[in-house]
Design a binder for this molecule. Structure first.
Ligand code: F6P
Length: 321
């Protein structure tokens, strides 16, 4: 049996541990592991190779992905998907593990319906925005990077009496910003999923400043597009010198945390076990629910959009009003 692995979309920490676990686990199960380099682009271009133990030696602690990733506009076109299928056929591959977000899973689902290639999706995106799973690979590492950065920025802000606005990634999802604001003890949290009452926040912050507050930390999710407006609000409405830090791509790199390495191992074993099972059909996704991994049909994951946990939102409500 041959199974291939590829990474698709935004890279994240945890992909390398997953790739290593995939090769080690396949070889232990007497399955032939294959790499598809450069994501769906590589499937189209045929950059496919049989994987060996030696390929994955010493990658466990590295961020990113040694087999690289891509966003593939070409894969939307049938002609390129056909080429991709022919490339898989050349190598005798009829099942695939794909690490990525729901856009990548949707593409694989269509590919499966056209050509019958079985696949399992492993949620891997720092955005943590996939319906049906409480966790996506890379999120813990990203949150720890944001925590480090926020701690350092607080050192600056508190030493020099400033406000600091910290912009996190996440696309339309405020998960990274929300959790980071909670664990960093921020004063303000601005995310796409919740309204901020700036008048109420202004009253509160001004009164705290009168009572001796010396700095303000605001965490803003990129999806709100509110970073610059928040800087202006702090300077003009609150009257505090303000700096902004857009954390950017540091959130996608870095060596994977213990949790991401462990989750990579669990996700991969579930994925390979499922693909190994000849009685199973179609596309599935390994999800994490209630501290357990399980397989769910791809339709389930694609059926709705991700919603933030109400309890987390509630914990941050004082940072929004
Ligand atoms: O989906 C992951 C992510 O890092 C988002 O948080 C961010 O908005 C986007 O990717 C950046 O995309 P690109 O890698 O195409 O610049």
């Amino acid at each position: 049996m041959r199974i291939a692995i590829l990474c698709s979309g935004g890279d994240c920490a945890g992909m390398n541990p997953a790739v290593k676990q995939f090769v080690d686990y396949c070889l232990a199960e007497e399955i032939e592991p294959y790499f598809i380099y450069d994501g769906l682009e590589g499937m189209i271009d045929g950059t496919i190779k049989r994987a060996e133990y030696s390929d994955v030696a010493g990658i466990m602690h590295l961020g990113g992905t040694m087999i690289r990733s891509s966003r593939s506009p070409r894969f939307y076109e049938y002609a390129y998907r056909k080429e991709a299928y022919e490339n898989l056929q050349k190598h005798g591959i009829d099942r695939v593990v794909i690490l990525g977000g729901d856009g990548s899973f949707r593409a694989m689902h269509e590919f499966h319906q056209e050509f019958g290639v079985r696949f399992v999706g492993i949620p891997a995106t720092i955005d943590n925005d996939i319906y049906g799973t409480e966790y996506c690979l890379g999120v813990d590492t990203s949150l720890n990077i944001i925590r480090n950065a926020t701690d350092a920025i607080r050192d600056n802000a508190s030493s020099i009496k400033r406000a600091s606005v910290i912009e996190t990634m996440g696309r339309e999802c405020g998960y990274l910003a929300l959790v980071s604001a909670i664990v960093s003890g921020a004063e303000v949290c601005i995310i796409p999923e919740a309204e901020c009452d700036f008048n109420a926040l202004a009253l509160k912050l001004k009164s705290q400043l009168k009572q001796g507050r010396t700095y303000i930390i605001c965490v803003v999710a990129e999806g709100t597009k509110m970073t610059q407006k928040t800087v202006e609000w702090l300077e003009h409405e609150i009257g505090m010198e303000t700096r902004a830090t857009v954390l950017g791509y540091v959130q996608r790199g870095g060596n994977p945390t213990v949790f991401d390495r462990l989750m990579a191992a669990k996700f991969v074993e579930y994925a390979v076990d499922y693909l190994e099972d000849e009685t199973k059909e179609g596309g599935s996704v390994v999800v994490y629910q209630g501290s357990q991994c399980k397989l769910v049909p791809i339709d389930y994951v694609l059926s709705e959009s991700y919603q933030l946990d109400e309890k987390l939102l509630d914990m941050a409500k004082d940072m929004m009003r």
